[in-house]
Ligand binder design. Structure first.
Ligand code: XIL
Length: 439
């Protein structure tokens, strides 16, 4: 078993005991993923309809086997069978954590000190990914390739996080600015950085109405658009095959009012079937990646969440290879929209379909609030992910407030992230850390 697999073994066994899904439990890149549809939680039937292990498949005997760090031998293990492997795994977790990030016994002490002076502290930053790993989750950040030359940025990113989403570098306008001319330089810089630092990567995103190059927006023919979309997915997902553990295959396809699909160029020319086609093309190009649908405003309760739920349920029923849903979680500080309880309920119904979930782009703008309220918000939402058996990762949408995409947008300085402009850890950092530690 490789290091990543060991690192996540302990909590995965624990979670398996909470959720019974037969058959189809797999580990993928060290994380448990679920490829079966019918599950039981705490002994109660919560089974969805929809996909089977086979339906999420593709060529080569199932999409979720053979991924980096995947451990097929654990597939279908009974919840009661963890036994001594569980104890071994616990040792491995501790050893790997110590070796990987050189966390020492003083980390907790330094955490308290840094909370007041906010000095950059590698030991403290590293405690974040250790806590996430011990909870069996990945902790991610959106990374911008242009910032990697800034030492404090790169160091903070590599020290605190073990999961990367390229903030812009794998979008259509970055990867295929001219038709059939592919430019992977900045995306490759992200994957190289991740590889150098032992971080996993989620590709983002193959099909999205935004950040489209002009040549795509200018297409007025359904056949040409379909060919362009399939070619784009095929080329990009093939290029990054083996380097990403997951893809946001389709991003933000649902209208804000939750009554229909978004009136994008893809929906206009290709109809609703473009989503199925996109996921099938992604699976063909990368049999090993988790394939995700990603959206905002569908994290908790409401029409848009209901629409996304119905949409992915329908995809599973049609045998479309979708493995999970990303809940973006760009949010304000108040625990009201959506509440943590609503997010938990939404995750649970998606999990009951046999889908994994991730918090994919979290930030908490505090234009009109304070850091302590922000910390509570982060804590409560991350706590939901830490409690939900098939929530695999939490990604925050940036490393430092300094480069947040919300600067000057939601207000001048929304300060929405875990590290301040000088890479000092904020109360929000401690909120996330505590949530992963079960505090
Ligand atoms: C944002 C980036 O952060 C910005 O740098 C860029 O100018 C616009 O896109 N939902 C998504 C992300 O899925 O891709 C968006 O990222 C933020 C909203």
């Amino acid at each position: 078993m490789n290091r990543a697999g060991r690192l996540f073994s302990k909590p995965l066994f624990d979670r398996r005991a909470q959720l019974r899904c037969v058959p189809g439990l797999r580990t993928f890149a060290g994380l448990m993923i679920l490829s079966a549809a019918a599950c039981r939680r705490d002994g109660a039937a919560v089974g969805g309809t929809g996909g089977s292990a086979a339906s999420t498949g593709g060529a080569g005997g199932g999409p979720l086997e053979g991924g980096s760090g995947g451990e097929g031998s654990e597939a279908g293990m009974d919840a009661g069978g963890a036994g001594s492997a569980d104890a071994d795994a616990a040792v491995d977790v501790r050893m790997d954590a110590a070796v990987d990030v050189r966390m020492d016994a003083a980390a907790d002490v330094r955490m308290d000190a840094a909370a007041s002076d906010r000095s950059v502290d590698a030991g403290l930053a590293a405690a974040l990914k250790v806590a996430a790993a011990q909870a069996g989750r990945l902790i991610g950040a959106a990374i911008g390739a242009s910032h990697l030359s800034e030492a404090a940025y790169a160091t903070t990113a590599a020290t605190a996080f073990d999961f990367v989403t390229p903030e812009n570098e794998m979008k259509w306008d970055a990867t295929e600015p001219t038709q059939n001319v592919f430019t992977f330089g900045s995306g490759d810089a992200i994957t190289a950085f991740a590889q150098q630092n032992g971080m996993k990567v989620k590709g983002h995103t193959l099909v999205w109405h935004s950040q489209l190059p002009a040549w795509v927006s200018g297409i007025t023919d359904s056949t040409a658009l379909h060919e362009a979309m399939i070619n784009h997915i095929t080329q990009v997902a093939s290029h990054y095959r083996g380097q990403v553990i997951a893809w946001d295959v389709v991003n933000e396809a649902v209208a804000d009012d939750g009554q229909s699909l978004r009136d994008s160029i893809f929906y206009q020319y290709l109809g609703a079937g473009y989503l199925d086609d996109a996921f099938n093309a992604a699976r063909a190009a990368d049999p090993g990646a988790l394939l995700l649908y990603n959206d905002y405003g569908a994290e908790g309760a409401g029409a848009k969440s209901d629409y996304v739920y119905s949409m992915v349920k329908g995809m599973l029923a049609r045998g479309v290879p979708i493995n999970g849903v990303g809940l973006q979680m760009h949010t304000g500080p108040a625990d009201t929209s959506p509440s943590a309880a609503q997010v938990a309920a939404n995750m649970q119904r998606l999990e009951a379909l046999g889908l994994n979930v991730v918090i994919s782009e979290m930030d908490v703008q505090i234009c009109t609030s304070d850091e302590d309220t922000q910390s509570t918000r982060f804590h409560d939402i991350v706590g939901v992910c830490a409690s939900e058996p098939l929530c695999l990762a939490v990604t925050v949408w940036g490393v430092s407030d300094k480069y947040s995409w919300l600067n000057g947008v939601s207000c001048a300085t929304p300060q929405p992230l875990l590290f301040d402009d000088n890479y000092g850890p904020k109360p929000a950092f401690t909120g996330v850390l505590d949530a992963f530690r079960g505090l």
